[in-house]
Design a protein around this ligand. Sequence first.
Ligand code: 13P
Length: 252
Amino acid sequence: MRRKFVAGNWKMNKAADAAVALIEAIKPLVAGLTADRDVVVCPPFTSLSAARTALAGSGIGLGAQNLHWEPAGAYTGEISADMLLTSGCTHVILGHSERRQYFGETDETVNRKLNAALKAGLAPIVCVGETRQEREAGRIEAVVLGQISGSLQGLSPAQAALVTVAYEPVWAIGTGLTATAAQAEEVHALIRGRLAALFGAEVASAMRIQYGGSVKADNAAELFGQANIDGGLIGGAALDAASFAAIVKAAG
Ligand code: 13P
């Protein structure tokens, strides 16, 4: 039985004071729910330390939104996996479509980052998903499974078991256009099939696959009720305590 996993990707929102205020508002609303599901918030880098203090003892994990694959060195503007660990992170989002689209992230760089995260002991959330044009051209399977194979290339089954995949169709992100539960489940099942081919059926059946893209309080329960949907990666609705808590509740 896979434990449900809901993570909030705050993107470039919530400087330290606002991050703490949001966490303080979320905590009482999800208290008690973290016993049987995983809940993580992913604020921007500069809010991580303050967020760590605010989250202490809450049962809510802390994640970052990116890292650099090198452990240290002359990489102006970058942040290493160890820096995230010492800032209190347990998780890191890798290969989000916004990073692929705007910042040149590729399966190869995601793969390097994934190895760095695993080496440091961070739990990675690896994002994949097709654009609207790719969907309309009938290329969902080729694109998404290609991203899975490329991003997770070379991992051992034991390493893969530590990875969460987030299926986020690009056309559903921030648009209010959620994939229907059936559309999402179809792709999640394909992803699990590819994970089984790469890492074996046992590992694949234990790996969690989140859905992301306009998840809201009113569509979360149906999405999370699908056989291969193990929770969500939440953008806009994670910036509102009541909405985020309602989505966490829906993962029961
Ligand atoms: P929205 O929930 O705002 O569509 O964003 C989804 C997302 O990109 C999470 O990583």
